[in-house]
Design a protein around this ligand. Structure first.
Ligand SMILES: Cc1cc2nc3c(=O)[nH]c(=O)nc-3n(C[C@H](O)[C@H](O)[C@H](O)COP(=O)(O)OP(=O)(O)OC[C@H]3O[C@@H](n4cnc5c(N)ncnc54)[C@H](O)[C@@H]3O)c2cc1C
Ligand code: FES
Length: 342
């Protein structure tokens, strides 16, 4: 069931990022876990757009449901939200989703690795741990261009003051200006060497858990640094804001025509090489269901009744899909005469 939420406050975070604060619905409250996301539905210039945004608020800590949106160059929805959404607006949303959630296990040392807008699910997890546990130490490693572009810079400082023994923060800035008042700022990107150095400072690194949200390079650096230190990856969790497509995987893909049966209607569609079946359908105004567009949520699941398709860019194994089931957001036709049913 979809909800309609009212925007009660719009907060400017940085020059290109705002936070929308939504009031909980009067009757059926929205329940969510730190790290999950809310999916917003918009109609812009006659076309429907659906986009997921991680909660930057934390249940039990923040009064409102909050999401924080950074403008993306030429991005339709992120710019619409930054330019046009205002206090008093009502926005349709899907129920919270996502499996990038904090697992309270045996780890006493939690590492949150983020870059740019990737801070959103991490700040929610950080707030949750700091306010609910006395024994867990949180290490936030956060990369940005500069202090000015750092989302939640003041909030993070406040948490450092309030939880001095439970929170360690390392800021990485690529546009570096020496700041003697803030020795926790390190120059450059969070790469393999820097991640390895941070892990080396922890004598109990084998018992740590790692949550990563940022570009593919960040994920690889942290993962490889953990592997090099001999740390098992069973406590490694990551969230992807976009699909990472390897051009090599497209070698056997051609532009193809296919047919879709959806809600009892029949559609013929051309899928250009490089576009997913979902993207091609949306561009033809076929309003298929979707949310994450990263092969995570299963909202776009469909059955392939004829022909062959290939999924490209999935970052996690999906053993839950049955024979013939595919996620259209990362599926590309491999043969002629593909026939899909939803
Ligand atoms: C689980 C999850 C959580 C997320 N949480 C957040 C969050 O907390 N905060 C946040 O800011 N974002 C978050 N995102 C990203 C967010 O959902 C959107 O993807 C983002 O805001 C961009 O949407 P858009 O409509 O502005 O861009 P789009 O219009 O979708 O465009 C995205 C990019 O693709 C390019 N592009 C678009 N169409 C084409 C085309 N035909 N050919 C080539 N290039 C094209 C655009 O130029 C742009 O650079 C999250 C994503 C996921 C999956
Ligand atoms: S839209 Fe989420 S898996 Fe495809």
């Amino acid at each position: 069931m979809n909800y309609t939420l009212k925007v009660v406050k719009v907060k400017k975070e940085t020059s290109d990022t705002i936070t929308l604060c939504f009031k909980q619905p009067g009757l059926k409250k929205i329940k969510y876990l730190p790290g999950q996301y809310l999916t917003l539905i918009f109609r812009i210039n006659g076309r429907r757009y659906i986009r997921p945004y991680s909660f930057s608020s934390c249940p039990g800590v923040d009064e409102f449901l909050e999401i924080t949106v950074k403008r993306m160059l030429n991005g339709v929805v992120s710019n619409h939200i930054n330019d046009a959404v205002k206090e008093g607006d009502s926005i349709e949303v899907l129920p919270p989703m996502g499996d990038f959630i904090y697992e309270s296990g045996d780890s006493k040392n939690i590492y949150l690795w983020g870059v740019g807008s990737g801070i959103t699910p991490l700040i929610s997890i950080m707030k949750f741990i700091l306010t609910t546990s006395n024994s867990i130490v949180v290490n936030l490693i956060y990369g940005n261009r500069s202090h000015e572009s750092t989302i939640f810079a003041d909030l993070i400082s406040d948490f450092q003051i309030n939880y001095p023994t439970k929170l360690t923060v390392r800021h990485f800035h690529t546009k570096f200006v020496i700041d003697r008042t803030n020795p926790s700022v390190i120059q450059g990107r969070i790469d393999f060497q820097k991640a390895s150095r941070i892990l080396s400072e922890d004598e109990d690194i084998q018992n740590s858990a790692h949550y990563v949200c940022g570009p593919a390079g960040l994920k690889e650096s942290v993962k490889n640094a953990l592997i090099a230190k001999g740390v098992e990856l069973e406590n490694f969790y990551s969230e992807d804001f976009e699909l990472v497509k390897n051009p090599e995987d497209f070698k056997d893909i051609k532009t193809q025509n296919l047919a879709i049966s959806f809600n009892g209607m029949h559609f013929d569609l051309e899928v250009a090489k490089g576009r997913s079946i979902l993207e091609a359908a949306l561009e033809s105004n076929i309003e298929l269901p979707y949310s994450c567009q990263t092969g995570n949520c299963s909202t776009c699941k469909a059955k392939v009744l004829a022909g062959e398709v290939k999924m490209i860019g999935l970052s996690k194994e999906r053993n839950d899909l049955s024979e013939g089931e595919f996620l259209l957001c990362c599926s590309h036709p491999l043969t002629e005469n593909v026939y899909i049913e939803l």
